[in-house]
Design a protein around this ligand. Structure first.
Ligand code: ADP
Length: 365
């Protein structure tokens, strides 16, 4: 295969030389004929046959030598300025095709003002960097999903085995069946979240815009946690600006509020407080959801929007670390902003700012 390539390249070079030679021979012959006829006229004598033959031979040798030199120079120029960089690039891309995204191409020495190869190399290096990032995310994601699935599956397996014991008291049978149901629910929740996140991340989302009262949506969402706050004796405080109409995707936004409320109630101890405020100006609506829960350190706060990240392990079984990743993705789709302020032992406040009319262009500044 390599020999074949080399043979083709030699044939190419030789044919280049011949084309070059024929061209040079034609141009030179025309010049010489012109020169001889002008010379004959100005000197006033005809040249003999042998004089013309000698001149033709010398010209022929000159043309062959000059075109051979030119072809050789052209050959080396092509080798260094075209073939070498092309080989570097094709070698690197072949490695990427095989799945090695760690390759990077060294920039080549710039010759003259043409820097096109370095521009291509820069793009390929950037592409390799992006691809290796995506690959890491993919493998991390698979590892995380497998890890998260292991615990509930092990629980279901163990309790399933226990259920097979003969003469199991009714009370135990119910306990084991409940544990299996809870674990399968956890798995189902995780799968639902993964599918939602996958849809939000990988597909072109066209938000389904409708005009609705944001305050009403927040109240409805908050009320769905009534049984939780009553059980934990959590005090609720609300301060909602009235008549805040927004044009947004109600279903997507609802996902944001339910995740933030669910976290607020989950991380707040008995007797704590959860507050909700809604303010708005002409362009933006701002929602704050605060709690007097356990709070988090700045270190934890820096990672909470990452997939599968759980800073508080004491509540690990009540979630799967995907809630805030979903929230962040939705806020990004809505071109909004989300921020968090938290202090350990004091509480946490999430602030979400969204545009009231998703159709209008964003304001500068
Ligand atoms: P999970 O469903 O496991 O809670 P999330 O993505 O919703 O996952 O949250 C990720 C992490 O962010 C949690 O494990 C917790 O450490 C932290 N967190 C989120 N909300 C709060 C809150 N209101 N108070 C304290 N920590 C929080």
């Amino acid at each position: 295969m390599k020999k074949d390539k080399r043979f083709k390249s030699v044939i190419g070079t030789v044919s280049n030389f011949f084309i070059f030679f024929l061209l040079a021979a034609f141009v030179t012959t025309c010049c010489i004929m012109l020169f001889i006829s002008t010379l004959q006229e100005s000197v006033g004598r005809e040249f003999t046959q042998s004089e013309i033959t000698l001149a033709a031979k010398i010209t022929m040798v000159n043309v062959v030598l000059i075109s051979a030199c030119m072809a050789a120079i052209d050959y080396f120029r092509r080798k260094t300025t075209v073939e070498r960089p092309v080989k570097k690039i094709t070698d690197a891309t072949s490695k990427m095709i095989e799945g090695d995204f760690s390759v990077r191409i060294e920039p080549i020495a710039k010759i003259g003002s043409d820097d096109s190869f370095n521009e291509i190399i820069e793009c390929i290096n950037k592409m390799a960097e992006e691809l290796s990032g995506v690959e890491t995310l993919r493998t991390d994601f698979v590892a995380n999903v497998s890890h998260e699935m292991k615990t509930p599956l092990a629980v279901m397996q163990n309790y399933g085995q226990l259920l097979q014991a003969p003469d199991l008291p009714e009370e135990k049978r119910l306990e084991y069946a409940r544990a299996i149901t809870a674990s399968s629910r956890r798995l189902a929740d995780m799968m639902t979240n993964i599918l939602k996140l996958n849809r939000l991340e990988n597909q072109q989302i066209y938000p389904n815009l409708t005009v609705f009262d944001l305050g009403e949506q927040l109240c409805e969402n908050l009320l769905s946690y009534e049984s939780v706050w009553e059980k934990k004796n959590i005090c609720i405080e609300t301060e909602l600006a009235e008549g805040v109409l927004v044009s947004a995707d109600a279903e997507l936004l609802s996902l944001v509020w339910s995740n933030l409320f669910s976290n607020a109630f989950k991380f707040t101890e008995e007797g704590g407080k959860v507050s909700l405020t809604l303010t708005a100006d002409e362009a933006y609506a701002t929602v704050k959801i605060s709690d007097t829960g356990c709070g988090m350190t700045a270190d934890i706060g820096a990672h909470i929007f990452e997939k599968f990240y759980q800073g508080d392990t004491s509540h690990a079984t009540e979630g799967n670390g995907l809630g805030l990743a979903l929230v962040k993705r939705v806020v990004d789709i809505m071109q909004g902003e989300i921020g968090v302020e938290s202090a350990v032992g004091v509480g946490t406040t999430f602030t979400v700012k969204i545009r009231r009319n998703a159709n209008e262009p964003e304001e500068n500044g």
